[in-house]
Each structure stands twice: as C-alpha cells, then as structure tokens.
Design a protein around this ligand. Sequence first.
Ligand code: ZN
Length: 79
Amino acid sequence: MSEINTLSPVKPVGMEIVYYYPCPHCERKVPLIAPTQPARVQCDACRGQFPVVPADEKTVTFLKTIMDSGRAGIDPSFL
Ligand SMILES: [Zn+2]
C-alpha cells in the first residue's frame, strides 16, 4: 500500500475568493485572488497590462467568515 492511501483526506484551513477580470486586449477572463487595492495587472495570456477595480475588502472578509475559511463549504460526505 502506498503512503498516499494511508493518509486521510485533508480539510481546508483557508480560502480565497477569485475574481475574474476581462482583459481589454484579448478578452481572456484573468483570474485574480480578490485584489483589495487598485492595481495594474498583467494578462497571463497576452502579457498586456491593465488597471483593475479593486474588490471590497469588507465583502471578501465577510465571505471568508461565513464560509468559516472554507470549512463550511466542504463536501458533506467528508464531515
Ligand atoms: Zn490579454
């Protein structure tokens, strides 16, 4: 039996909210972990740069809190 089969499935201890921003150069939906500051980002497909509207930090904190850092959103059959 390999070592991986002896390990119990691990539960999450944290989570992030991913926001998608459409690249104005190539239209790819660029995934970003909720940027809470205005920022200039680089598209990972075309390398074009563009500024993004930041996420509201209070909303991101609220969502993480109601999800209990991910623990409230795991598959119930693993509880
Ligand atoms: Zn792009």
